[in-house]
Design a binder for this molecule. Structure first.
Ligand code: CTP
Length: 399
């Protein structure tokens, strides 16, 4: 459990600092004491008041604050915690750490501490890729500093590439990983996610609108509870989470193979939007326009991975969770799907375009199990993931 742990959280000056507020909230929900330290630059992005309100404690900001020194000297402050987390770790903070500077409170604490340090870098892609930053990162790794991220993706500055700070759930996962703890410690859980791409020819494929966001969030949430997660993902829009074993696939057939290879697991969560059909005889050459008209594509049925795993005799996971994306009669259709496939739970949602759920940041789900159906309020996909991960954790604990 993270309960009772103490984290000294150093917040650097980057736009990602706003995500750190969410990290503080999540840490406190888990019973972690957070002592926040803000750099001068961080105060340009988040206010000491908001950090203090969320942390429920005072914020340390100044190396030469006489009141702070009288209460707790900076050397003592550097050693109060079980772990020091730097989020966001800017290029400047990383450089100071690598060089051993001690010219403000954050860098002084980092130099004075004898506690393990985890950093979540965040900066513009060119700054991250710059030889100086890469050199500093190497030095820090050699010094035993732990890293989470950075991720690749769209950045606030409009560029794309590595440099984005990891999501709060991923940082939380890295923190749980450090303490090697959580209610799902020792549990191995498989998560499938994303769409599949079924080739027509080498350049064309059939796909669907799944972004992979919900599956990624579930993998993160399970990992944050200490599970060993095997994440089998089709070509998704969102990056895979940190701290999980990632197996990338394209087609339903490849996904099935990867799932087989991942077994046995304690639980399987099948969040992927697997194509029901593939092109029976995908061409290995690009199809050309001809005078004879449009190509005559014939389809073959893909294996139903969820059904196959649900009906396994030897290696069936103790808990199999399927998803049902429906556009009408959600509960009736999803209940029928649960029976047809033989899974334990179905997480059903209404994906009619008007709901904005497919590809959007929120989800409204109904969880169907033996006992009936449970309607959850509309919430962010991260929150759905956390709630589901907790439900899985409680279920496995009760077996
Ligand atoms: N699924 C799977 N393999 C497939 C198709 C679906 O593992 N080939 C899984 C999905 O990951 C999801 C669940 O089955 O957990 C529901 O998939 P869905 O496509 O909605 O169900 P279908 O059986 O295709 O039903 P329908 O097309 O009638 O909605």
């Amino acid at each position: 459990m993270l309960t009772g742990k103490h984290i000294l959280l150093i917040i650097g000056g980057g736009i990602a600092a706003f995500k750190t507020l969410d990290l503080i909230r999540r840490l406190r929900e888990r019973g972690v004491t957070v002592t926040p330290v803000l750099t001068k630059a961080a105060e340009e992005f988040v206010t000491p008041l908001s950090v203090s309100a969320l942390a429920g404690t005072k914020v340390y900001r100044d190396l030469f604050d006489l009141t702070d020194e009288a209460e707790m000297g900076h050397i003592q402050l550097s050693r109060v915690a079980d772990l020091v987390v730097v989020a966001p770790a800017t290029a400047d903070l990383m450089a100071k750490m690598a060089q051993g500077h001690a010219n403000d409170l954050a860098s002084t604490l980092l130099l004075a501490t004898d506690t393990p340090v985890l950093i979540a870098p965040a900066m513009n892609v060119r700054m991250w890729e710059h030889a100086a930053t890469q050199r500093n990162a190497e030095v820090l790794r050699k010094d035993g500093i732990r890293f989470v991220g950075p991720e690749s993706g769209d950045m606030a500055c409009g560029e794309f590439g590595p440099g984005r700070m990891s999501e709060p759930m991923d940082i939380l996962g890295a923190i749980s990983g450090f303490f090697d703890d959580g209610p799902l410690k020792g549990r191995r859980i498989l998560v499938t996610s994303g769409p599949t791409h079924e080739p027509i020819d080498p350049v064309r494929y059939i796909a669907n609108r799944s972004s992979g966001a919900q599956g990624s969030a579930i993998a993160s949430a399970l990992s944050a509870l200490g599970a060993e997660v095997v994440f089998v993902t089709g070509p998704a829009d969102v990056p895979p989470p940190d701290g999980v074993e990632i197996i990338k696939v394209e087609t339903a057939l490849q996904m099935l193979e990867a799932v087989h290879a991942a077994l046995p697991v304690d639980a399987g969560v099948f969040a992927a939007a697997v194509a029901d059909w593939r092109v029976a005889s995908a061409s290995d050459r690009k199809l050309k326009k001809t005078k004879d008209g449009v190509p005559d594509l014939r389809f073959a049925e893909n294996p139903d991975i969820l059904r196959e795993v649900s009906q396994m005799a030897q290696t069936r996971p103790s808990l199999v969770v399927g998803f049902a994306a429906e556009t009408d009669d959600v509960v009736a259709n999803a209940t029928a799907k649960r029976n047809r496939k033989g899974c334990d739970w179905i997480v059903a949602n209404d994906v009619s375009p008007a709901t904005g759920i497919m590809g959007g940041p929120e989800n409204a789900v109904i969880v169907i199990d033996d006992a009936g159906s449970e309607t959850w309020p509309r919430m962010s996909k991260d929150q759905v993931a956390e709630k589901l991960a907790n439900r899985i954790s409680e279920h496995l604990a009760g077996l």
